[in-house]
Write a protein that binds this ligand. Structure first.
Ligand SMILES: Nc1nc2[nH]cc(C(=O)O)c2c(=O)[nH]1
Ligand code: SF4
Ligand SMILES: [Mg+2]
Length: 223
């Protein structure tokens, strides 16, 4: 059985941060194995199963032994593993800036304020919109009040998703709270089309193209 001192690690790598407001910065990545969703357009299905066993101490040592100040936990869904919490604590204690990419279905209640959360809100085109944890909207506001630097990301598979996301952002006033990212599924929604829609409807969001897929189009892992 997995204890809090262990992780199931799909991969760890050093790359250019491809998403979020930190896009373009060198970043260390931990991709934790396992996910509770099955998004129709998922680009990391290889993370669903397996993962090599790794202690929190070993994982932290890899990152802390590296000069890069920025570290991201992603998946899969990293918050499914209890070991994510002690790993975060060690990274913060070691002076790293920590990003957490999470799929929005699990509560952020235990995530330290010092972590920058990139919270996904799943749109209908993912097939997973029903699993959003609504408590996270209140927690996002609370975290912001206490000084956090979180972001919210919508991955858009088509124009229906765009209008759904725009309505969600406006209804919950998300744009007044955190940076809002709109990222097109590729292939699916053409970036030019998304840009036109954002301009036409004055979307209070940033267009987000995955930098790593532009830099290394053929590579599925390790970037
Ligand atoms: N370079 C790079 N940047 C990323 N930002 C978020 C990623 C993710 O898979 O969650 C990711 C990734 O897989 N690679
Ligand atoms: S939450 Fe992320 S890893 Fe999980 S199925 Fe969706 S896109 Fe894939
Ligand atoms: Mg991801």
């Amino acid at each position: 059985m997995q204890t809090s001192a262990e992780l199931a690690l799909c991969e760890c790598f050093y790359s250019i941060q491809g998403e979020s407001a930190r896009a373009g910065l060198p970043c260390l990545f931990f991709r934790l194995a396992g996910c509770n969703l099955r998004c129709l357009w998922c680009d990391s299905t290889y993370s669903f199963t397996g993962g090599r066993p790794c202690t929190v101490a070993e994982a932290a040592a890899w990152a802390l032994g590296h000069a890069c100040p920025l570290v991201e936990l992603t998946g899969g869904e990293p918050l499914l593993q209890e070991g994510a919490y002690p790993l975060i604590e060690r990274l913060l204690a070691g002076g790293k800036e920590v990003l957490l990419e999470t799929n929005g279905t699990l509560s952020l209640a235990r995530v330290p304020l010092e972590v920058s959360v990139i919270l996904d809100v799943k749109c209908p085109g993912s097939g997973m919109a029903a699993y959003f944890c609504p408590e996270n909207l209140e927690l996002l506001a609370l975290r912001k009040k206490r000084g956090s630097t979180d972001e919210v990301k919508f991955v858009l598979a088509d124009e229906t998703d765009f209008f759904w996301a725009l309505d969600f952002v406006r209804r919950h006033g998300l744009h007044a709270l955190v940076p809002v990212l709109f990222s097109p599924v590729r292939p699916g929604l053409e970036p030019e089309r998304l840009a036109e829609l954002m301009l036409a409807h004055q979307a209070p969001a940033r267009l987000q193209l995955q930098l790593h897929t532009l830099l290394w189009p053929g590579r599925k892992r390790g970037v």
